[in-house]
Design a binder for this molecule. Structure first.
Ligand SMILES: O=c1ccn([C@@H]2O[C@H](COP(=O)(O)O)[C@@H](O)[C@H]2O)c(=O)[nH]1
Length: 231
């Protein structure tokens, strides 16, 4: 199983296509997010994806009716994974899951728990007391009880999530930094090897790959480092 997901964060469709061409052979999926999708939409998605498995990371967060409609609007693209914010509430998660179920092959609905760019201080600043792990566990329970297939979490919460919810939820984990890589805006990070050994189903890596002089080689190196670590 290829556990690497490469985040293709660029507004340039030609650059995105070139990156995907170079990187995709080393990945389970490629991830397209807000920066790309808001500029190029469905045509850009199709041009870059070319039928490859895609994780569409739009982090939907709105009232349940609107999120359900957004999910329905995305189904013709047939993404393999789609993100929503667990903080939108149980009814919103359930509405997204129900809307996705209309697809012949429904995308996995993954709920973002606490963004990996937030530390305990930043959470406190937005009114959340008790620390990141407690908030991740609270939102994870809410999302899973309302039908989400999996969770987006940082590597620091993987062990607690596996203890609480077992092996079934898909854990897709950004906040990955190979040794020596710049943190950038990420706050809760581990190396690819640490995250997969801790129980990540997939790791999401962006800038350490796309910003490397040879993105294909960088992706190959990470893929080799994690291959065989978790069966
Ligand atoms: O909590 C989250 C949720 C999503 N992301 C996304 O993952 C990649 C990470 O990119 P890097 O360049 O490796 O930091 C990016 O597309 C984010 O939107 C996340 O980082 N944290």
């Amino acid at each position: 199983m290829r556990r690497l997901i490469a985040a293709i964060d660029t507004p340039d469709v030609l650059q995105a296509a070139a990156l995907v061409h170079e990187i995709a052979p080393h990945c389970g999926l490629v991830k397209l997010g807000l920066e790309f999708f808001l500029r190029h939409g469905a045509p850009g998605y199709r041009e870059v994806a070319q039928g490859r498995p895609v994780f569409l990371d739009l982090k939907l967060h709105d009232i349940p009716n609107t999120v359900a409609g957004a999910v329905r609007s995305l189904l013709p693209l047939a993404p393999d994974m789609l993100t929503i914010h667990a903080a939108g509430g149980g009814a919103m998660v359930a509405a997204a899951v129900e809307a996705a179920a209309a697809a012949p092959v429904p995308p996995k609905i993954l709920a973002v728990t606490v963004l990996t760019s937030l530390d305990a201080r930043a959470l406190h600043d937005i009114g959340v007391a008790g620390g990141t792990t407690q908030q991740v566990l609270r939102l994870a329970r809410l999302a899973l009880e309302n039908g989400a297939d999996g969770l987006i979490c940082s590597p620091h919460e993987i062990a607690q999530l596996r203890d609480a919810f077992g092996e079934k939820p898909l854990l897709v984990v950004p906040g990955i930094r190979p040794l020596g890589a710049a943190m950038g805006d990420q706050a809760r990070v581990m190396t690819p090897e640490e995250a997969v050994s801790a129980g990540a189903d997939y790791i999401v890596v962006g800038r350490p790959i796309t910003g490397a002089p040879q993105p294909g080689a960088a992706a190959a190196e990470i893929a080799a480092a994690i291959s065989g670590l978790r069966g």
